[in-house]
Design a protein. Structure first.
Length: 243
């Protein structure tokens, strides 16, 4: 009895601890990286303009223009990219569906050969392939997973990608503009808030990586800070030259 209880406890412990993080990132990765992109690009844009010794009005206008332009560009790019990818996948699925309809036995043999190549005994591989091929939609899903590495029922949505990219980029790009909108007249509050946002974004990214939260946060803060410093220096240089 004690042995059975011990085995049951070990099974529960294994079940509870044997979990994995979402290696695809789910919604978190694109949202965080979109916000991070907005933060870095708009912060660098604003500091570059500020380096040219312009007034707060020009910096705010630059930040808002960068927010709008970047968000629309991200949305359009994501929509086009995901739509093109989806259309390609659907075209390949149509080819596979046609082959399953015209040559079902050949496709079944192909599936059996895939399982054999992975170490399944030939007779068992043929039987598994035969049973899986009974339902045409199930057969299509299996072939798509095995041959194309995709799930026909889980194709990305171009509209969702566009909206999420637009929103996350806009939120990130808004941070360095926010202090000016709230009445600040100097650059340092915008830089401070943006760097804090970069650190937090980096820390959140650690949830989908193996790095510690502080390492990811400091790394992103350093990269964003370096971009802002370089663009500020360039703005000072070219602003003086143009002036």
């Amino acid at each position: 009895m004690a042995i059975i209880e011990t085995e049951a406890a070990l099974h529960v412990a294994h079940r509870d601890n044997h979990t994995h993080r979402d290696v695809n990132g789910g919604w978190l990765r694109p949202a965080v990286f979109g916000a991070m992109d907005g933060l870095v690009s708009n912060l660098a844009l604003m500091t570059g303009v500020a380096g040219g010794a312009v007034g707060p009005h020009a910096i705010v206008l630059t930040g808002l223009a960068g927010l709008a332009a970047g968000a629309f560009s991200m949305a359009a790019g994501e929509y086009t990219s995901v739509a093109s990818q989806r259309e390609l996948v659907e075209a390949e699925l149509a080819v596979e569906r046609r082959e399953l309809r015209r040559h079902p036995q050949d496709e079944e043999a192909e599936l059996a050969a895939l399982y054999e190549a992975r170490g399944v005994e030939p007779a068992l591989a043929r039987e598994v392939a035969r049973q899986l091929s009974h339902d045409p939609e199930q057969a299509l899903e299996i072939h798509a997973r095995e041959e194309l590495g995709i799930d026909p029922g889980d194709l990305p949505s171009p509209l969702t990608a566009a909206v999420s990219s637009f929103g996350s980029f806009a939120v990130g790009a808004l941070l360095p503009v926010l202090p000016y909108l709230l009445g600040a007249a100097a650059l340092w509050p915008a830089v401070l808030l943006a760097l804090l946002g970069l650190f937090l974004c980096g820390a959140v990214v650690a949830k989908v990586t193996a790095r510690s939260w502080w390492f990811s946060g400091v790394r992103q803060l350093a990269l964003g800070g370096a971009a802002a410093a370089v663009t500020y220096a360039l703005g000072s240089l070219f602003g003086t030259a143009v002036g």
